[in-house]
Design a protein around this ligand. Structure first.
Ligand SMILES: Cc1ncc(COP(=O)(O)O)c(C=O)c1O
Length: 506
């Protein structure tokens, strides 16, 4: 066929045939291949030099304004686009691949994870289920995590974008299971009495968001006080359940924490499991990072009882350093999990053979239909590093947190603000003679200086009225000297400021 003639069919004129043959693949694969190899080399070098190049820094105005440009309607050479990435994006990261990044709870990433992301994007599979190998890979990963966290072989699970989603999925199953009516049909409108959940005052915002999103309403969460160790007070919890029962409300479930975001506290999970069993309540554990202490043989006991929960959420992009965003939910009872979400369309149902010999099964366990092949990075990382290596690195971080806590306790100007049981150390500089308010301002200033001078990136939190410099070590690149350096940094900044003038900090 002559490619440049217009096609006419049934009196309808179509564009030129050559246009209909166009694709988005490159004209010159070799040129792209060369650039691709450079990208891989550059990024491996970036990770190899993480200590030198990957720290957080102020973003110059020029870089910010680069992202206020009009829509690129016409193609820009990919070499130029890559150059812009190197100039305006790569130098200004969050900083969490750096050995001294301990802010919030961030994973460090790995070269294998990076390469797995590339392979995933190359395959660009839609891991919706059906008969394709990606779904078998995901199943394998779920099987491994069930075993690692002590869940029964009959449990189910799903990979998600993080623990926020894991909490939402776990709590949806909890809500639907504990409701006294057919909640999928009538919603909470049909419930004869309010459904109540219980969580400690240290519980993460994503749990409350999930509760709100599920229509339970945050007022139906009893926020239970914590002990001095920041663990839920089980007696207060027991009492709150009785008060609700007496008032005719329906206790639905308890949210336990395996690693609170503020201090890394682990609720007494065995006691929560006993209580939930006795009371007929669902136990969901937010184990965003702490659940993975189960991989560290010498610290497994810290999360004892986790394996008795009904559902658990955890993130693989935190303490397992897999590329963002990757989390997981496990549900003890597969049938309850499936009953909560399964809704098959005609077009996603199974046929007698071919691709649809299995239906779009992933959507039976969650909200999403189309989804990426994030299982590949989990599978490759677990195989390439081995689960015991992860356990070893997690244990290393716990030892490091304890070492840091000791450094703090041995300096008379530093004050440890919470027990460092897991991997989080909360402390402040406290030279004495200052109010909490003054100390808060002083420590905020020290923290900002640590970050802006490129010494280290801890983050902050409030424990009661006290602002804490918070170091959360989910970082396989951190070395002992890094911990000593941050303490020196704190003391140096505080010392350079001289004896702080209390009035100036009011
Ligand atoms: C205890 C806890 N739960 C839930 C989350 C939310 O996890 P994600 O950021 O993976 O959604 C976090 C995040 O830091 C967390 O620390």
């Amino acid at each position: 066929m002559n490619r440049n003639t217009r096609t006419v069919l049934n009196d309808q004129e179509y564009p030129t045939a050559s246009y209909l043959e166009e694709t988005m693949d490159p004209d010159n694969w070799d040129a792209l291949r060369q650039l691709a190899h450079r990208m891989v080399d550059d990024m491996l070098e970036y990770l190899e030099d993480a200590r030198k190049v990957s720290h957080w820094k102020q973003i110059p105005a020029e870089a910010k304004s680069f992202f206020k440009r009009p829509i690129p309607r016409q193609p820009v050479a990919v070499e130029e686009v890559y150059q812009d990435f190197r100039e305006f994006i790569l130098p200004y990261p969050f900083g969490n691949t750096h050995p001294r990044f301990w802010g919030w709870v961030a994973g460090t990433g790995t070269p294998i994870g990076m390469l797995a992301e590339m392979l995933t994007a190359g395959m660009n599979t839609n891991n919706v289920g059906f008969e394709q190998i990606a779904f078998h890979v995901e199943r394998q990963v779920i099987e491994w995590f069930k075993e690692l966290l002590g869940f029964p072989a009959s449990a189910s699970g799903l990979l998600l974008s993080g623990s926020s989603m894991g909490n939402l999925i776990g709590l949806t199953v909890a809500r639907n299971t504990q409701a006294t009516t057919d909640l999928r049909r009538t919603g909470l409108q049909g419930e004869p009495a309010p459904l109540i959940f219980y969580a400690s005052a240290e519980t993460h915002s994503s749990v409350f968001k999930a509760i709100e999103f599920l229509g339970i309403g945050s007022a139906a969460v009893r926020v239970i006080p914590v002990t001095e160790q920041y663990r839920v007070d089980v007696d207060a919890l027991r009492q709150a359940i009785q008060v609700d029962r007496t008032a005719g409300r329906t206790p639905g479930g308890v949210i336990g924490n395996a690693g609170t975001v503020n201090t890394g506290a682990i609720d007494p999970l065995e006691q929560l499991a006993d209580l939930c069993r006795d009371e007929g309540l669902w136990l969901h554990v937010d184990g965003a990072f702490g659940a993975l202490a189960a991989l560290a043989h010498e610290f497994q006991h810290l999360v004892q009882g986790l394996e008795r929960s009904d559902s658990i959420a955890f993130s693989l992009h935190k303490w397992m350093h897999m590329p963002y965003g990757l989390g997981c939910v496990l549900v003890r009872d597969e049938e309850l999990h499936r009953n909560t979400f399964a809704l098959t369309h005609d077009y996603t149902s199974r046929l007698g053979g071919g691709v649809a010999s299995v239906h779009a099964e992933a959507s039976d366990y969650g909200i999403e239909l189309s989804r990426g092949f994030s299982a590949l990075k989990a599978w490759m990382s677990l195989r390439a590093y081995g689960a015991d290596t992860y356990g070893h690195m997690i244990a290393k971080n716990i030892h490091q947190a304890r070492y840091l806590a000791d450094l703090i306790e041995s300096d008379r100007h530093l004050e440890l603000l919470a027990p460092a049981e897991l991997n989080i150390v909360c402390f402040r500089y406290n030279p004495g003679g200052m109010t909490d308010n003054q100390l808060n301002k002083l420590n905020e200033n020290i923290l900002i200086q640590l970050q802006e001078r490129g010494i280290a990136v801890p983050s902050h939190t409030k424990l009661g009225d006290r602002l804490a410099i918070r170091i959360a070590i989910t970082n396989h690149r951190t070395k002992q000297a890094d911990l000593e350096a941050v303490i020196e940094g704190v003391l140096g900044i505080a010392g350079a400021a001289g004896t702080p003038d209390a009035k100036a900090l009011e």
